[in-house]
Design a binder for this molecule. Structure first.
Ligand SMILES: Nc1ncnc2c1ncn2[C@@H]1O[C@H](COP(=O)(O)OP(=O)(O)OP(=O)(O)O)[C@@H](O)[C@H]1O
Ligand SMILES: O=c1[nH]c(=O)c2[nH+]cn([C@@H]3O[C@H](COP(=O)(O)O)[C@@H](O)[C@H]3O)c2[nH]1
Ligand SMILES: NC(=O)CC[C@H](N)C(=O)O
Ligand SMILES: [Mg+2]
Length: 525
């Protein structure tokens, strides 16, 4: 066994092989909801290179047709693992393809609800399930039973809606149990993972903390030191707290004040993280350096790139100043990478278009030759929040709205000057304060104010004004990939608009952004 235990070596793990379905990550999600640990890897994963033994394997759905040229196929070593296998949609079609090739285009495509007819009620896969609603999304279908299999469920359009191998625990289902529209889908996944694969239900955040702290200690050893960039956001704070718990002062957190943080943010973060959470934190004031480089720049992508590059520069300079007690150099870099980021990079999908360059510190790696520590790599956002609360981080911090690395620079449209940043900051502060006062903060996924580079005429105290416009944005979303605007009460908007125009010099008008994502994005730049 490797000196540093992988999570998948410590917890019983179901391997989810991703064939590119939009729902693949939900399979992992559902299993974890009943405390079974699951990890998703691309369908091309070689079992011989896995490094751990899964308790069972789930093959996901996918956009391809198994019979088409170039369609992805599973490593046959999966079946030598001698563990239960469940094929979902494409996954089942793959089982059929490799056992007789009886898969072809169906006469009717089937998208949406269907009724599951359990034909073999004694099958452990369907324990506790009845004729429930299931969700279908396929155009291909089985045109015969794969060799060695039998039918255990049907639906009106799918005579082979559920199949099982005559002797081995290898199952296939045509529907998607991972989506909530399949009303008993979670029961089915639990039947598979717990009853059939015999997975332990010990994936809890309490257990994870212990495992992870031990893992970090072993990895870092007794003397090495670690640095990490923290923003005061949820992910980096939780990662930093976990690190502090593991190695104390040997972890050095750095907050870069880039001049485009929220009002009082650097001071607040120093107080909450440094004093409150006892994280060894240095705040670096690099505001002038950032703002000077942004002079005259109006293109959103250029702003993002300048901030990203300057950030790396400042961070490296600060890192070089730290002289570890036990050695010459810092050896490790902490990153707050989450599981969705990992999924994004391993997912079996075609290349997607870059809409905007999101700033992160990934670029630090090559030049700095530091080894990477990513303690949240296996976790979804809500798991990170739960972990944060268990680590004693305040509810308020754990439930903060996300804040982008380029900060207010991408919320001041057009050129970013100190004056413009000050206006945007004040307006944002008032807006968020009102949201909190109205008890709405936790109902909204993200809210902020943008300063627009247009002037508009107003009248204040009988005087003509000619000042700028603030646009307010508030959205509801689960994954930030799609989002809808939040339907505030009119009275609330009236109050915020009136406060902003009255209290923030330079603003004559306030508007509310009622565009969803898509077609808009969350941020304006
Ligand atoms: N001003 C900053 N100083 C230091 N590090 C920063 C700063 N802004 C961003 N980072 C780094 O960039 C990473 C990515 O930022 P991101 O906003 O995605 O995560 P977060 O701030 O930790 O959490 P959240 O998504 O809740 O805001 C952070 O985890 C942190 O390491
Ligand atoms: O760390 C970050 N660095 C960035 O450069 C960045 N740009 C956008 N965002 C956040 O990502 C989510 C989706 O935003 P968009 O719809 O604007 O792409 C929203 O939550 C945005 O606030 C960023 N986060
Ligand atoms: N959702 C799926 O896995 C679809 C599988 C295959 N592409 C079909 O259309 O039948
Ligand atoms: Mg952030």
């Amino acid at each position: 066994m490797s000196p540093v235990e992988q999570v998948s070596n410590v917890f019983d793990t179901i391997l989810v092989l991703d064939f590119g379905s939009q729902y693949s990550h939900l399979i992992t999600r559902r299993l974890r909801e009943f405390n079974v640990y699951a990890e998703m890897l691309p369908c091309t994963q070689k079992i011989s290179e896995l490094g751990w033994k899964p308790k069972g394997v789930i093959m996901s759905g996918g956009p391809y047709s198994v019979y088409a040229e170039g369609a992805p196929h599973v490593d046959m070593d999966v079946f030598k693992l001698d563990v239960p296998v469940l094929g979902i949609c494409y996954g089942m079609q793959e089982l059929a393809w490799i056992n007789g090739k009886q898969v072809a285009r169906g006469e009717k495509r089937e998208y949406g609800p269907a009724t599951l007819n359990v034909e073999d009620a004694s099958s452990p896969l369907f324990e506790g399930m009845d004729h429930s609603r299931v969700w279908m999304s396929h155009g291909d279908k089985l045109h015969g039973l794969p060799t060695g299999y039998k039918v255990i469920a049907t639906s009106d359009n799918s005579p082979y809606c559920g199949i099982v191998h005559e002797e081995k625990p290898i199952y296939g289902i045509q529907f998607h149990p991972e989506v909530t529209h399949s009303t008993q889908g979670k029961t089915l996944l639990k039947n598979f993972a717990v009853n059939i694969c015999k997975s332990n239900q010990n994936w809890t955040m309490e257990n994870f903390i212990d495992t992870e702290i031990n893992r970090i200690r072993e990895l870092v050893g007794p003397t090495a030191e670690v640095i990490g960039a923290v923003s005061g956001g949820v992910d980096s704070t939780v990662a930093a707290k976990l690190m502090t718990q593991a190695i104390g002062e040997r972890f050095h957190a750095i907050l870069v004040d880039n001049g485009v943080l929220r009002l009082n943010e650097a001071a607040n973060v120093k107080k909450t993280l440094g004093e409150g959470l006892k994280i060894n934190l240095t705040v670096v004031d690099a505001a002038d350096e950032f703002l000077d480089k942004l002079v005259g720049v109006t293109d959103p992508e250029k702003k993002r790139k300048i901030i990203g590059n300057t950030f790396i520069h400042v961070f490296e300079r600060e890192a070089a100043k730290i002289k570890p007690k036990g050695g010459d150099e810092i050896e490790f870099l902490l990153q707050g990478t989450l599981y969705p980021d990992v999924i994004e990079s391993i997912s079996f999908k075609g290349p997607s278009q870059t809409i905007k360059t999101h700033h992160n510190v990934g670029g630090l790696l090559e030049d700095m030759k530091l080894k990477l520590i990513e303690p949240l790599r296996e976790l979804f956002k809500d798991e990170v929040r739960h972990l944060g609360e268990l680590l004693g981080i305040s509810h308020e911090l754990v439930w903060r709205h996300p804040f982008p690395g380029p900060g207010i620079a991408i919320r001041v449209l057009g050129e970013v000057t100190r004056e413009q940043v000050a206006i945007a900051r004040k307006a944002d502060y008032i807006y968020i304060e009102e949201i909190r006062n109205a008890g709405l903060y936790n109902k909204i996924s993200q809210a902020f104010a943008c300063l627009l580079p247009v002037k508009s005429v107003g009248v204040m105290g009988d005087q003509r004004t000619y000042e700028q416009v603030i646009a307010l944005r508030a959205i509801e979303t689960t994954d930030f990939m799609t989002a809808d605007w939040y339907p505030f009460e009119h009275e609330f908007l009236k109050r915020v608009a009136s406060r902003i125009v009255n209290e923030v010099d330079g603003v004559a008008r306030v508007t509310y952004d009622i565009t969803s994502k898509p077609p808009a994005t969350v941020e304006w730049e």
